[in-house]
Design a protein around this ligand. Structure first.
Ligand code: E4P
Length: 217
C-alpha cells in the first residue's frame, strides 16, 4: 500500500520522508490555508522533497478554468497530480488534463457511481472521503469496498486513494480492503506504530536487562 501524507506542513512531511514512509503528498485548499503559505511556493517545496505524486487542488468550478488552473499547477513540477472535484465540470477537466498527459486526482468522492465516472474519465486517482461519510453516520469503509469491487470487475486502472482518514482503524481497514493508496495526516501515520503491549513488553525487557548488569555498548 502506498502512503501519501495529507498535509502542507513541510516539517511533518520531512520527518516521515526520512523514514521512507512518504510515497506522495495530498493537499487541499483548507490544508494550504492552515499552512499559512503561498500555494505555488509550498507546493514547489514539497515536490522538491518527495519524488512521488503531490496533489495540488484547483479552485475554479467551471471546466475550462479548472483546466487552466490545472495546467498552471502542473508547471510546478513533473510529479504534480492535479486535484479536481467530482462534479460534472471536474470530470470534463479530468478527461482533458488526463489527455494532456497529467496525473489527475478526482477528489470529494462520496459514492461508488461517482468513482465509476471518474475511472471512465481517465482519473489517475479517485479520492473517496471515509471520515466525512462517517461524520454523517454513513459507512465510509463500505464505499472503499464498493469501489474496489467495481474497479476489479472491469479492470479499471484508476487507483483508489482512501482519503479523509481520521483513525488508525481507517488505515487498517482500507489496507484490508485493498485500497491502492491511503492519505492520512502525519499524526495518524505515527499512531499506527503504537501498541500498549509493545510498551509493556519493552518496559519488562528493560527491567530484566538492568538486572543482568550488562551493556551492549
Ligand atoms: C485528501 O485528499 C483530502 O482532502 C483529505 O483527506 C480530507 O480529509 P478531511 O475530511 O479530514 O478534511
Amino acid at each position: 500500500m502506498k502512503f501519501f501524507v495529507d498535509t502542507a506542513e513541510v516539517d511533518a512531511i520531512a520527518e516521515l520522508n526520512e523514514l521512507g514512509m512518504v510515497d506522495g503528498v495530498t493537499t487541499n485548499p483548507s490544508l494550504i490555508m492552515k499552512s499559512g503559505r503561498d500555494i505555488l511556493e509550498v507546493t514547489k517545496e514539497i515536490t522538491d522533497m518527495v519524488s512521488g505524486p503531490v496533489s495540488a487542488e484547483v479552485v475554479a468550478t467551471q471546466a475550462d478554468q479548472m483546466i487552466e488552473e490545472g495546467r498552471k499547477l502542473a508547471k510546478i513540477a513533473d510529479n504534480i497530480a492535479i486535484k479536481v472535484p467530482l462534479t460534472w465540470d471536474g470530470l470534463k477537466a479530468c478527461n482533458q488534463l488526463t489527455n494532456d498527459g497529467f496525473m489527475v486526482n478526482v477528489t470529494l468522492c462520496f459514492s461508488a457511481n461517482q468513482a465509476l465516472l471518474a475511472a471512465k474519465a481517465g482519473a489517475t486517482f479517485i479520492s473517496p472521503f471515509i471520515g466525512r461519510l462517517d461524520d454523517i453516520n454513513l459507512d465510509g469503509m463500505q464505499l472503499i469496498a464498493d469501489i474496489r469491487q467495481i474497479y476489479d470487475n472491469y479492470g479499471y486502472e484508476t487507483q483508489i486513494l482512501a482519503a479523509s482518514i481520521r483513525t488508525v482503524n481507517h488505515a487498517f481497514e482500507s489496507a484490508c480492503i485493498g485500497a491502492d493508496v491511503m492519505t492520512a495526516p502525519p499524526d495518524v501515520i505515527k499512531k499506527m506504530a503504537l501498541h500498549p503491549l509493545t510498551d509493556k513488553g519493552l518496559e519488562s525487557f528493560l527491567k530484566d536487562w538492568e538486572k543482568t548488569g550488562q551493556k551492549i555498548l
